[in-house]
Design a protein around this ligand. Structure first.
Ligand SMILES: Cc1cc2nc3c(=O)[nH]c(=O)nc-3n(C[C@H](O)[C@H](O)[C@H](O)COP(=O)(O)O)c2cc1C
Length: 250
């Protein structure tokens, strides 16, 4: 088993996998790690759909054009889930406040599901597996995916996680330097210096993109990220949340 340090610091997204299945005891460990995730007031407002059905994986690949969805051994879909508590409360005769109509509920569900996904990533890495978070599953066609996965009201997709025995070892991607990630006691006030440091980082990513193993590009980091934002302006996530029973008002 890899150390926590190695699991965290040598992790890269892996999108190519061997055909071999993930051993059951490894899956058991990943499940336990997910279940023991810290969650908001232990509400555990998340659940996970574990997909091993090849035809379903291929259908998801057709929807997204993300090859790793069909070649991974397991695809875990992390959900924000208020269905479980609602159904239990109803059975016990409690009145359920319309909590899912608040941004707080949406935020909590996303945080819980995201932390659970990170527990899975670290557990999987420590067992030598390769993982790739797939957020595109959340945005590509939310209504269709909710139907395919038979999601009840109060449940929505936060992110997918493809896992398998790695067939590639991509280079580590350069990340932002500590100076722009960490602030001491309050948000840093030297904005000009921060922008200079961000420019230097942008150059490092540009150089990395020109030389990295397996597919080079001339992209700089800033424009690449803005490209996503430009594209994502089209998404209508509130409409999707409404379809799933969340009428967010405040
Ligand atoms: C929430 C989230 C969504 C992501 N969505 C996708 C995706 O749809 N497709 C993909 O290939 N990678 C996806 N990734 C992986 C990122 O592209 C990757 O983590 C990032 O480029 C940094 O590379 P690294 O993981 O190798 O450090 C996603 C990662 C996160 C955390």
């Amino acid at each position: 088993m890899k150390s926590v340090k190695e699991s965290l610091l040598e992790r890269t997204s892996v999108r190519r996998y061997e055909r071999e299945a993930i051993p059951q005891e490894t899956m058991d460990f990943i499940y336990d790690a997910i279940r023991n995730t810290p969650t908001s007031y232990n509400g555990q407002q998340f659940s996970v759909i574990d997909i091993d059905d090849q035809s379903l994986k291929e259908e998801l690949y057709m929807m997204t054009n993300q090859k790793q969805l069909k070649t991974c051994n397991r695809l875990l879909i992390f959900l924000s889930d208020y269905n479980k508590i609602t159904k239990l409360a109803e059975k016990k005769g409690f009145e359920v406040p319309p909590f899912t109509n608040t941004m707080d509920a949406v935020t909590i569900g996303i945080i819980d599901a995201s932390l659970a996904m990170m527990s899975a990533v670290v557990a999987a890495q420590s067992c030598g597996l390769g993982t790739n978070c797939v957020g595109y599953l959340r945005t590509v066609d939310p209504k269709r995916l909710a139907e395919m996965l038979k999601l009840p009201k109060g449940v929505f997709v936060v992110c997918g996680l493809a896992m398998g025995i790695p067939r590639e070892q991509p280079d580590l991607k350069p990340k932002q330097p500590a100076s722009v990630v960490f602030h001491k006691n309050c948000y840093r006030q030297d904005e000009d210096k921060m922008v200079e440091e961000m420019e230097a980082y942008d150059d490092i990513v540009k150089q990395y993109n020109q030389t990295r193993a397996g597919g080079t590009s001339t992209n700089d980091w800033c424009d690449h990220i803005l490209d996503y934002y430009r594209h994502a302006m089209e998404y209508r996530i509130l409409d999707y949340l409404r379809d799933q029973g969340y009428d967010v008002k405040r």
